[in-house]
Design a binder for this molecule. Sequence first.
Ligand SMILES: [Zn+2]
Ligand SMILES: [Zn+2]
Ligand SMILES: [Zn+2]
Ligand SMILES: [Zn+2]
Length: 231
Amino acid sequence: MDVVCPEIDRLTSCRTCGAQSLPPFRLCVAAHVACVPCAAYMSRCACGQPFAPGPHCTLDWLARALRHGCKYTAPGPAPSLSRLHCRSRRPHRRYSVRELREHYRTGCALNGFVCPLIGCGHVARVDTIVEHYEAAHGPYERLMSADPLNPNRITFKIRDVSWRTKEFVHKAFNGYFLFITKKSYQNPRNYNLSLSMQNINPSDLLKYTYNATVMSNEVMVTLSLNDSWAE
Ligand SMILES: [Zn+2]
Ligand SMILES: [Zn+2]
Ligand SMILES: [Zn+2]
Ligand SMILES: [Zn+2]
């Protein structure tokens, strides 16, 4: 018999970013659920309390005993009209934790994602696209902050910016950041650099900002994780 608890999806969503989380869970000291990236990179839960160390065995066990909905089945105010559902054969199906992970990897029809890198166009799933980046375009080394006092701020250089459009991917925090650069003449003695940045990991719900300083053929980028609790 399936054990269905209608509140389970709310119970297992990250208090800080809203993402559905699956075991092992991390909690804040006020017992709100945190997803893996929020617990790793945010200084506090959205409620203002710090995260508690270690997994939470009771909640892990409880979540494994219950059945969960696909996260792409978004509950709306009028379910019968506005329900956006995953077009698997049984859109309202409930899954065990193991089945749900497998559903995201192979079965879900709503989480297709096209690789945005120039000339690629590979279609993967939201939950597996970073594996494609690593295998087809990487491997990428995760950049770390060199300043222990500012763990949420990472500075790095983009080299060899040129007159043609170039793409650079940098992995930092939970994101894969695609920078597109192109130099163009403003007048014969001066040039402009157009630069854009996009986080191409669609399952990363954290928010980032960046600053760029141009120096001849290089760009110095400072990428910051927006953590409302950090000073
Ligand atoms: Zn989160
Ligand atoms: Zn909390
Ligand atoms: Zn689905
Ligand atoms: Zn690709």
